[in-house]
Design a protein around this ligand. Sequence first.
Ligand code: FES
Length: 61
Amino acid sequence: MENTKVTVIPNGPLMVEGTISVTKADGANEVKEQKSFLCRCGHSTNKPYCDGAHKKNNFVG
Ligand code: FES
C-alpha cells in the first residue's frame, strides 16, 4: 500500500491514513480507505477498530 501513514494518538488509537487491507480475527477481510482508527487499549467492542472506550477506561500509552 502506497502512501500509508500511521500516527500514534496519545492515550488513544493508531490513526492510519491511506488504503489498508484489514483481516479481522474471524478471517473476514475488508479494505479501508482514507482514515482508520485501530484500538491500542484492548477495550473496544468493535476490534480492531477504536470505539472510544479508551477514554472511559483512562488508557495511558
Ligand atoms: S484505543 Fe480507542 S477503544 Fe481502544
